[in-house]
Design a protein around this ligand. Structure first.
Ligand SMILES: C[S@@+](CC[C@H](N)C(=O)[O-])C[C@H]1O[C@@H](n2cnc3c(N)ncnc32)[C@H](O)[C@@H]1O
Ligand SMILES: Nc1nc2[nH]cc(C(=O)O)c2c(=O)[nH]1
Ligand code: SF4
Ligand SMILES: [Mg+2]
Length: 209
């Protein structure tokens, strides 16, 4: 990559854009809400069950000016979801400031593994055992969404719930490939521990992006 472009990416003025699409938020608190998704490439957390491994290598996704991303998003929706990859790999300050200038509601999907940058109306924290969140994000997360792949993930979910702020809404979401096995256990767990709610990847049932 040219040095000038690398500098702009490092400053958050350009971002490796994998894809953008207008759809329905499928997961968590805002499920069912129309939103424009911006998927930024680059993630080195390495979840073995990640459903978007094509996002991991940032070099495969073209550095894109923040203003081009904003122009596309604001043409479609008042609500944007910034996801990835791991969006906090990058400085989210410039993109989120530009989206705010257009009056957008800005949500993030993040593992929290890197420093929180940017201005957010909604933070969905989905922590991962293999690269734990930075401590600051627990205070500001609006929802905690723990993926349940095996039984030990219930223990991990409680450990993470003990760290978030009191207003944070707690979700357990079955890992997609293991959903037939884990969903019944999640249902039982939520009935026994009603501070938790169930989150499903409803977009996959609807066959939408
Ligand atoms: C692809 S990740 C991108 C954002 C960020 N890297 C993160 O993990 O939060 C978006 C959301 O999908 C969840 N997810 C990824 N793969 C999944 C799978 N196989 N089953 C269920 N949820 C999954 C993640 O935990 C996260 O909440
Ligand atoms: N419809 C839809 N809802 C989503 N919620 C979180 C997603 C993500 O990949 O971050 C996602 C996604 O990929 N599609
Ligand atoms: S942190 Fe998110 S994008 Fe990265 S591997 Fe895990 S689920 Fe995939
Ligand atoms: Mg997804």
């Amino acid at each position: 990559m040219q040095k000038e472009i690398q500098d702009l990416v490092n400053a958050g003025e350009m971002l490796p854009l994998m894809e953008e699409f207008y759809t329905i938020q499928g997961e968590g608190f805002h499920k069912g809400t129309a939103a424009y998704f911006i998927r930024i490439g680059g993630c080195d957390v390495g979840c073995h069950w990640c459903d978007v491994k094509e996002s991991w290598n940032a070099d495969l996704h073209p550095p894109t000016k923040k203003d081009a991303i904003v122009a596309n998003a604001s043409a479609y929706s008042k609500t944007v979801v910034i996801t990835g990859g791991e969006p906090l790999t990058w400085d989210m300050g410039p993109l989120t400031s530009a989206l705010k200038e257009k009056g957008m509601q800005i949500h993030i999907e993040t593992s929290g593994a890197y420093a929180l940058t940017g201005t957010w109306d909604w933070i969905c924290l989905s922590p991962k055992k293999i690269k734990l969140p930075q401590p600051e994000i627990y205070e500001v997360a609006h929802e905690l969404k723990v993926i349940i792949f095996n039984k030990d993930d219930f223990r991990f979910a409680e450990e993470q719930a003990a760290k978030v702020n009191d207003n944070c809404i707690l979700y357990l979401q079955p890992e997609w490939s293991n959903r037939d096995k884990m969903s019944p256990l999640i249902v039982d767990y939520v009935m026994q521990n009603p501070k938790w709610k169930v989150s499903l990847q409803t977009h996959k049932y609807l066959n939408i992006p």
